[in-house]
Ligand binder design. Sequence first.
Ligand SMILES: [Zn+2]
Length: 419
Amino acid sequence: MKAVVIRAGNFWDGITEKPSGPREILVLGETIAEIGTTVSEPEGAEVIDLPGHTVTPGFIDCHVHLTLRPELLGSFWSYSPSFKALLGAEALNILLRNGFTTVRDCGDMDLHGFTVRDLKLAGEQGIIPGSRLVCSGHMISSRGGHMNAMLSLAPDSHPWENCLADGPDEIRKVVRNEIKHGAEWVKYAASGGFSTAGDDPQQVTYTQEEMTALVAAARDFNRPVSVHVFGDEAVRRSVIAGVRSVEHGSMASKETLCLMEEKGVFIVPTQLMATRPARLADDDAFWQRLNAPVHMRIKVRKYRDCLLEGAHNIASGTVKIAFGTDLGIFSFLTNGACEFGEMVVNGITPVRALRSATSTAAELLQRDDIGILAPGRSADIIAMPGNPFNDITVTERVDFVMKGGVVARRDSVLTLGMG
Ligand SMILES: [Zn+2]
């Protein structure tokens, strides 16, 4: 079995309040075998020296859309599933290089097929390189709701109806169809959004009865549910229905955040996508760079105070935060690790932000093999120059990535040796 010893200049396991200083990690095959100030060094082991670097668990992004590209929006819905699979494969490769060893796709935007499931299979079979993938199928939506509004660009194409459902019976059918086609999570939209033209983030697009039926149908198949939602009432109903994660949740009230905490519901605040535009609502240069549609800025301005108050409530409260970017809504050329900096700017402590992409994300995904560096866990190990607890932006400069014991990135700045 291949043995690798990693000598970390500084080490953080994904849980503790602070990094613990220099450590060595022994990796045997795909798994971490030993961690200590020194570890046993099997004969012939490869030694990887990472001086001046902080070594952490591989990051987990709980909210991406692999089969969506903003730069292609408009013509996007006419691209074939095979083309979207190629885009998704490229995205998985970029994500892994940036240190995201696991990602959850939060809504396959290929409505003609089940492309994210195929990407997952291709990754598991070693056909394509990239992050480990958890898939959610398509985002189930009411007619006139978020996914339907997203599709208003070309309303006559029939296959696009496959994620639309109204009333408990139709909803159960669509939930089971997504599960049949490999959805590990069930995702639905409970409110409108900002990036879409035809809806409003304060709309509530399902009744309590519909949401409860949806979550119950998923639960019977042991599938957790995540929900796209902005406005407070839609968050509240979703939490009562029994979702596991609230995606965005940007306008949830303090009371609703408390209810989430009580019920153990996670929030994935996607602040690069939701809070940053509100913070910079009047910054023309930012909006020019963002290249977002006009209606988005209008909606962000309309709800700016509510978005900023929501971000404050999340930072000052104790709800469990899991890391998510919503990449795909914006370009994969943006390093998703910028989300860490945005969280910290919005008052979330560095350690809470870092846990959100490691141990807390693993808890959300119900995975005991990733998110924490400990013996027996998968060797998903990354390194960045400097200390992210002092300067959170070093998370954007990951230059060593190992996934399941296999080195995926090792930049020339690193000293290498053979033991
Ligand atoms: Zn999303």
